[in-house]
Design a protein around this ligand. Structure first.
Ligand SMILES: Cc1cc2nc3c(=O)[nH]c(=O)nc-3n(C[C@H](O)[C@H](O)[C@H](O)COP(=O)(O)O)c2cc1C
Length: 158
């Protein structure tokens, strides 16, 4: 099984989740879509894709990548994951809005990995929004390591 992990991260939380995921999928290759334009899909039989939610939306570039590569991704063993701070039904709704139905239905593994608010890495506006909306004024991390492990196992077919 050759695994490619494609991700985007604004403040490093998804990057940290990807680090844990890559460790659970030894030999996997990791591509930050924010830095690399065209990940080499052809060279891999399994692809995991994930990003984070800001103001209700997945990173635009990741969203476009999914839409533009639907057929190629449907030919792969596919995993889709998300980092966000909503939980339960709201998080599931954000997941459903983030990825095209065709890919969600095709995916062998889906995962909600939790998230983090990192005040050190937010700009002034982001800090103000999080203070107002989440009523928080210091950093908090709710990364779900069990969800990451179980996603990796499902992707492996276990
Ligand atoms: C300005 C801002 C807006 C956010 N909006 C949402 C949101 O609408 N829904 C949600 O579930 N999480 C929201 N979050 C939480 C992020 O999804 C969370 O911080 C995630 O871990 C970010 O991952 P990243 O650092 O990889 O980008 C928001 C965070 C920030 C800073």
């Amino acid at each position: 099984m050759s695994v490619l992990i494609i991700y985007m991260s604004r403040h490093g939380c998804t990057a940290k989740a990807v680090d844990l995921l890559a460790r659970a999928l030894p030999g996997s290759a990791v591509f930050d879509l924010g830095a690399v334009k065209n990940p080499p899909l052809d060279a891999f039989d399994t692809v995991a894709i994930g990003g984070s939610i800001h103001a209700g939306k997945l990173q635009r570039k990741l969203s476009k990548f999914c839409r533009d590569n639907i057929e190629a991704l449907k030919a792969k063993r596919l995993g889709l994951f998300l980092c966000c701070m909503e939980e339960g039904e709201k998080a599931r709704l954000e997941f459903d809005q983030a990825y095209p139905a065709e890919l969600r239905e095709h995916a062998a593994a889906t995962g909600l990995f939790g998230g983090a608010f990192d005040f050190e890495r937010m700009n002034f506006l982001e800090r103000a929004i999080v203070k107002k909306v989440a009523k928080l004024d210091k950093s908090v991390s709710k990364l779900d390591e069990k969800a990451i492990e179980s996603f990796a196992e499902k992707l492996k077919g276990n």
